[in-house]
Design a protein around this ligand. Structure first.
Ligand code: 3NM
Length: 216
């Protein structure tokens, strides 16, 4: 395992996989997003056997190579089994302090948070970044809760010193507000995996994010 934590600061666009929404399949989505310049991929698979997930995760790890951070959603066991760069966990998953003791200090742990209190707690407990969710309404995650709105991102950012990754209902139109709102990085699931051309969409997101940053 290589320690890619320092790369977190440089990330702007973050891909999360979803095989239930994908047009062309998870491996195709990851390959295209990485080719387009995506430098962080989270394998988020909610169905199928552990065996199939491990085998798929191994292929994704290969696609990510040495330049793209590879995280596994929720499953600390799978992250360890495939020697991933880390995990992304939610408030109802394994407590972060236990995940940290299993994963060690070198691996990345991201935690989903919904407000400032959870964000401060996440940093205190050793999270490397927070996923702030949901920024807008989304149908991708049924229990995502009330949307926070891009205007509230900065107050979370100001309360912690780890990166804030925005997630939930983000598309090419509203991502400008998300970056102007203070997010270090953003995730789009449906906007990417439901598209016919994942490479083109990923490039478009990266271009918009970088151009918006230049103007901020
Ligand atoms: N939160 P889309 S995943 C809102 O892991 C949300 O915390 C997640 O999908 C988390 O970009 C997710 O299609 C869904 O709205 C985001």
């Amino acid at each position: 395992m290589s320690n890619k934590r320092s790369l977190l600061e440089l990330i702007d666009f973050y891909l999360v996989t979803d095989s239930s929404l994908s047009r062309k399949g998870t491996l195709s989505d990851v390959g295209n997003a990485v080719e387009a310049g995506c430098r962080i991929v989270q394998y988020r698979e909610k169905s199928g056997s552990t065996r199939d997930m491990v085998l798929e995760a191994l292929q994704i790890k290969k696609q990510c190579g040495s330049e793209t951070i590879f995280l596994v959603n929720d499953r600390v066991d799978i992250a360890l089994a495939v020697d991933a760069d880390g995990v992304h966990i939610g408030q109802d998953d394994m407590p972060i302090t236990i995940a940290r003791s299993l994963l060690g200090e070198d691996r990345i742990i991201g935690l989903t948070v919904h407000n400032i209190t959870e964000a401060i707690e996440a940093e205190r407990n050793g999270a490397d970044y927070v996923g702030l969710s949901p920024i807008f309404n989304t149908s991708t995650k049924k229990d995502a809760g009330e949307s926070i709105g891009p205007q509230r991102i900065q107050e979370v950012k100001d309360a912690i010193s780890i990166p804030v990754v925005a997630i939930g209902g983000i598309d090419k139109q509203n991502c400008v507000e998300v970056i102007r709102g203070g997010a270090d990085s953003l995730v789009a699931i449906s906007a990417i995996v439901c598209s016919d051309d994942v490479k083109r969409e990923t490039k478009d997101f990266i271009d918009i994010i970088r151009k918006t940053r230049l103007k901020c």
